[in-house]
Design a protein around this ligand. Structure first.
Ligand code: NDP
Ligand code: OXD
Length: 307
C-alpha cells in the first residue's frame, strides 16, 4: 500500500490528512512523526530538517505552495523530486488581487475614500492608461495569468523573466542585462518572482529608482525580495507614489512596523493567493497517481535553480 507522509508544522494537519486520504483511498496518509519509517511520497510545508534527513528516499515530495524558498533553506538530497503547486486555484486569486491594487491606484480610489469621509464631492481629471504601463517581474504560472488579466483592463503590459518568454500582447524582457530597460518603461511594478539567491533584495534603492517617477509597487511574491527601508525612503522622496504589499521580510509584520501607518502603503497579511485545500489536494493526488503510472508531472522544481 502507498504510504504518504504529511508534514505541515504550525497548522492542524488533520483536515489535510483526511482530505488527501479520501482522494487517495489506495494509500495510507499519516501525519509525520520523528522516527517514522520511510514513506513513498511526502506532502510538506516548511518541514524541519529532520523530516528531510529521515525521508531522503521519498519518490517525490509535494510542496503545499507555489514558492519553495522555505525548503531551499534546508539541506535537500540532490535526488529529491520536489513538486510545487502549479496554480491550484492561486492564479485567478492573484489576478484579482493585482488588478484590484492597480486599479485602486490608477483610479485614485484612496483619494476618493478620504474625501468621502470628509463629505467632499470633488472629481479628479481622468488619467490615461497609456501613462501607466504595468511591468510584471516573473512570467511564470502566476505572472502570465496576471499579465492576461491586466491586459483585459487596457493597460500596456511589460514582462521580465530569467529566460526569454513569449507572452501574447506583452512586451517581454529577459535577463539581468534587460532589467534597467524594463524598469525604465514601467510605471506600475508587480513582483511575482520566486525568492532565490539571484532575486533576494532585487527591489532596492537602485532598481526602484529606475522606475518612472510616480511609480507604484505591488509586491505579492516574497518580502525578502524588497529592501523595506529603501522603499520607505523612495516613498518619502516622492519618487514612488505608493505600494501595495502582501508579503514581508518578517511575517507576521511587526505591530510597530512603519508600513502599517504609512498613508501610501496598503498592507495585507499574505493573502493575495491563498492555498486552497481541495484544489491543492486534488492536484497532489492526481500527480501521485501519474507518477505511479510512470508519467511525468508538471511543476517539478529545479533544485540548482532554486524554483
Ligand atoms: P514560476 O516558477 O512559475 O515563475 C517564476 C518566474 O520568475 C519565471 O518567469 C522565471 O523566469 C522568473 N524568474 C526567476 N528567477 C529570475 C531571475 N533571476 N530573473 C528574472 N526572472 C526570474 O512561479 P509562480 O508564477 O508560480 O510563482 C511566483 C512566486 O509567487 C512564488 O515563487 C511565490 O514566492 C509567490 N507566491 C506568493 C503567493 C502569495 O499569496 N503572496 C502565493 C503563491 C505564490 P523563467 O520563465 O525564465 O524561468
Ligand atoms: C505560496 C504562498 O508560495 O502561499 O504558495 O505564498
Amino acid at each position: 500500500m502507498l504510504q504518504v507522509s504529511l508534514c505541515y508544522p504550525g497548522v492542524d494537519p488533520a483536515p489535510w490528512r483526511d482530505g488527501l486520504q479520501c482522494l487517495l483511498p489506495e494509500g495510507r496518509v499519516r501525519c509525520w512523526q520523528a522516527g517514522d519509517p520511510l514513506a513513498d511520497y511526502g506532502v510538506v510545508w516548511a518541514p524541519p530538517q529532520q523530516f528531510v534527513d529521515e525521508q531522503a528516499g521519498l519518490k517525490a515530495v509535494f510542496n503545499i505552495g507555489a514558492g519553495v524558498d522555505k525548503l531551499m533553506q534546508l539541506r535537500l538530497p540532490a535526488q529529491w523530486k520536489l513538486v510545487r503547486l502549479d496554480d491550484a486555484g492561486m492564479a485567478l486569486q492573484m489576478a484579482e488581487y493585482v488588478c484590484h491594487a492597480l486599479i485602486r491606484h490608477f483610479r485614485e480610489l484612496d483619494t476618493y475614500e478620504q474625501r468621502a469621509r470628509q463629505g467632499e464631492w470633488r472629481q479628479q481629471r481622468p488619467r490615461s492608461r497609456a501613462d501607466f504601463p504595468v511591468g510584471i517581474m516573473g512570467l511564470g504560472v502566476l505572472g502570465q495569468r496576471v499579465a492576461q488579466a491586466v491586459q483585459g483592463f487596457g493597460f500596456p503590459v511589460l514582462g521580465w523573466s530569467r529566460t526569454p518568454r513569449a507572452c501574447p500582447g506583452v512586451q517581454t524582457f529577459a535577463g539581468s542585462q534587460a532589467l534597467d530597460d524594463f524598469l525604465a518603461a514601467t510605471r506600475m511594478l508587480v513582483c511575482l518572482l520566486p525568492l532565490t539567491p539571484d532575486t533576494r533584495q532585487l527591489l532596492n534603492r537602485r532598481t526602484l529608482s529606475r522606475l518612472r517617477p510616480g511609480a507604484y509597487l505591488v509586491n505579492v511574491a516574497r518580502g525578502a525580495l524588497l529592501v523595506e527601508q529603501d522603499l520607505l525612503d523612495l516613498l518619502d522622496s516622492g519618487h514612488l507614489a505608493g505600494a501595495t504589499l502582501d508579503v514581508f521580510d518578517a511575517e507576521p509584520l511587526a505591530p510597530c512596523h512603519a508600513f502599517w501607518q504609512h498613508p501610501r502603503v496598503q498592507v495585507t497579511p499574505h493573502i493575495s493567493a491563498q492555498t486552497l485545500e481541495r484544489d491543492s489536494l486534488e492536484q497532489i493526488a492526481g500527480k501521485i497517481r501519474a507518477l505511479e503510472r510512470g508519467e511525468p508531472v508538471a511543476g517539478v522544481v529545479e533544485l540548482t535553480r532554486g524554483y
